[in-house]
Design a protein around this ligand. Structure first.
Ligand SMILES: CC(C)(COP(=O)(O)OP(=O)(O)OC[C@H]1O[C@@H](n2cnc3c(N)ncnc32)[C@H](O)[C@@H]1OP(=O)(O)O)[C@@H](O)C(=O)NCCC(=O)NCCS
Length: 262
């Protein structure tokens, strides 16, 4: 499978997703600090309760950014008022845009790590994203033994010590992105059930899900080069024709409502 075109874009009006296109928005709490008050106005009472339960400032602001921005972005792509957006949840807590007549079936997923939040959006079936800002993984072999497949563990253990973290973080984000696309999440041994190619220099690929390599067919993984230091992988049920990487800070300079409601 060839890699899709990946482009970094910053100008406005990227809010239409063609089939096969994936948009990934990235943001940091620091770069969005001056916009957080605006985003807080988009939160409903449940969102606010969840945010305000977090006592430590950095994760609280990160949560506020994630939940305010996801409403703003879903508003942009659907034309809905961000405050009127309703979510439904899968059995393991995966959030979906609640279906509504006349509204495009935008699937989304988000991930936060450190100061960063990323959002992936698609109209071509389920999508998952995972972000990891750690560069080190001192317990890579121990964690791989506990959570990864025997093949992945053996691969990481055989690497020189200095190469282990890259392979571990690559495997982790590939598996978690996939498990977030399916909605299964990490509970119940998902990380072990999914096997990926553990070599971070190869194009990411799902080798098998459960016992069957056939079940991996149709799932696609894409390693993203964000303009910040992080390991980030997107999983998509369908092949991506293009992945656009967009900076949320630019979007936040404009009004929070979609243009159609302004
Ligand atoms: C869902 C899960 C995969 C997210 O993992 P994470 O690394 O903490 O978080 P990320 O930042 O990548 O993603 C979080 C977002 O994913 C989304 N999400 C929640 N449940 C999800 C699911 N089942 N599938 C897909 N996405 C999910 C939400 O938008 C969430 O954001 P929120 O926490 O602000 O509401 C994880 O919480 C999980 O499955 N937990 C189970 C706990 C567990 O078994 N832990 C064992 C550790 S090995």
């Amino acid at each position: 499978m060839s890699a899709p075109g990946t482009s970094a874009a910053t100008s406005s009006n990227h809010y239409k997703l063609s089939p096969g296109e994936i948009h990934v928005w990235w943001a940091s709490v620091e770069s969005c600090a001056t916009h957080l008050d605006k985003l807080e106005n988009l939160l409903d009472t449940d969102d606010l309760r969840r945010v305000n339960r977090i006592r430590v400032e950095r994760p609280r602001l990160q949560n506020l950014l994630a939940h305010g921005a996801v409403r703003m972005l879903l508003g942009d792509y659907t034309g809905l008022d961000p405050l009127a957006i309703r979510f439904s949840f899968g059995e393991r807590g995966r959030p979906f845009l609640a279906p509504k007549d006349g509204v495009p079936p935008v699937d989304f997923n988000l991930s936060h790590s450190g100061d960063l939040v990323v959002f992936a959006l698609s109209v071509s079936g389920p999508i998952g994203i995972d972000l990891e800002t750690k560069r080190e993984a001192p317990s890579a072999v121990k964690l791989a033994k506990r959570f990864f497949s025997p093949n992945e563990h053996a691969y990481i253990e055989a690497l020189p010590v200095e190469d282990r973290a890259a392979s571990f973080l690559h495997c982790w984000t590939c598996k978690e992105a996939l498990l977030k696309a399916t909605g299964e999440g990490l509970a119940g041994g998902g990380l072990r059930r999914v096997e990926v190619i553990p070599d971070p220099t190869q194009p990411p690929q799902v080798v098998r899900i459960g016992e069957s390599s056939a079940s991996a067919l149709g799932w696609h993984l894409y390693r993203l080069k964000l303009p910040v230091s992080a390991t980030c992988t997107v999983a998509s049920r369908n092949a991506a024709s293009q992945i656009k990487i967009l900076n949320l800070t630019d979007r936040l300079e404009g009004p929070l409502q979609p243009a159609s409601l302004a």
